[in-house]
Write a protein that binds this ligand. Structure first.
Ligand SMILES: [Zn+2]
Length: 329
């Protein structure tokens, strides 16, 4: 997204708030932009910076052609600094280095922007350094903090920022985008509900792991009606060895949830809503005959409960065994 007009389409509220302040020449001295992956945090940060530095602005829109715009796009503008985690966190030294650089002012202008990516990873010491910055606001410094989780940010920092909440992407428009990128219907439907991130979706669609997981989930569901006595053996010999770590196990439960949700959708006549079985109506039709709607709702709740247990570090084998019992019952 290189213009506010594009941001407006997916984040109308955020766009309106910020462009209003650009129009009035009253850019906030600190923003905290919160939103999931893929919702446009970095693009908005670049647009704010361009609003301050572009030499050929057309109304609120940057030209995207001048030297300043180009440098901001490529991340090389001398007065627009980006800080991101080194390893797992953003350390005090990183913030100190930034402040040092700021004191060599007047490189290009006195205007400075700093963008803190994953601001929830600031260590306490680093947070306190940033706080100092925010407590002495300068007309010419703009801080932009980006985070997926603003609750993890010190309240003292949050209270000094204008908080901008980004909406999660709408799965339908994201699915269309994935199709435009060349993904087939089945993958586009599934990945548009599993992630908001284009690169992640593309990466997953090329991974053998997902294709295999889908197959295993279908086999498992079929087994509940055809050979329920084999379910245990199947999860120990096929499913769990495939779901090696906690990430995989959680994702596996997500897939199972979507599959059962599709069966419920199909049985109540909402075929539009299919994501796991998109373009595979003959399979879902067959499965829908095996489970009552009441049972399906019970199963969906059991899977959600299993997800919570995994998060609470209950042994995966136990979680899956209990879940299978609940489904079979
Ligand atoms: Zn420009």
């Amino acid at each position: 997204m290189k213009t506010w007009a594009e941001v407006e389409k997916i984040q109308p509220l955020a766009s309106r708030i910020i462009t209003n302040s650009i129009k009035k020449d009253r850019i906030s001295h600190a923003y905290l932009i919160q939103g999931e992956r893929g919702t446009g945090k970095e693009a908005i940060a670049r647009l704010i910076a361009k609003g301050l530095f572009c030499e050929e602005k057309r109304g609120i829109e940057p030209c995207n052609e001048c030297v300043n715009c180009k440098r901001i796009t490529s991340g090389n503008h001398p007065d627009v600094h980006w800080i991101e985690p080194e390893g797992k966190s953003i350390k005090k030294e990183q913030v100190e280095n930034l402040q040092k650089e700021f004191t060599y002012s007047g490189l290009e202008s006195n205007q400075k922007v700093y963008v803190v990516k994953d601001a929830d990873t600031l260590t306490t010491n680093a947070s306190n350094r940033i706080l100092k910055f925010l407590e002495e606001p300068s007309q010419q410094t703009t801080a932009i903090m980006l985070t997926e989780n603003s609750r993890a940010i010190l309240t003292t920092i949050r209270s000094r920022c204008q908080v901008i909440d980004l909406k999660p992407l709408n799965p339908a428009s994201f699915r269309d985008k994935l199709k435009e990128e060349g993904m087939d219907n089945r993958n586009a439907s599934l990945f548009s509900v599993l992630t908001n991130n284009l690169d992640e979706a593309k990466h997953w669609s090329e991974e053998e792991w997902f294709a295999e997981s889908r197959k295993l989930m279908v086999q498992l569901i079929e087994m509940f009606s055809s050979k329920p006595e084999d379910v245990y053996l199947f999860i120990h010999s096929h499913l769990l060895p495939h779901l090696k770590d906690r990430d995989n196990q959680e994702r596996g439960l997500d897939l199972l949830l979507l599959a059962f949700r599709d069966i419920l959708y199909f049985s109540i006549g909402n075929e539009e809503g299919l994501v796991f079985f998109d373009s595979q109506e003959e399979i879902v039709e067959r499965l829908a005959m095996e489970f009552s709607q009441e049972k399906l709702i019970e199963i969906l709740n059991a899977i959600l409960q299993a997800k919570r247990k995994l998060k609470q570090n209950v042994q995966p084998m136990l979680v899956f065994e209990q879940l299978m019992l609940q489904i079979k019952r």
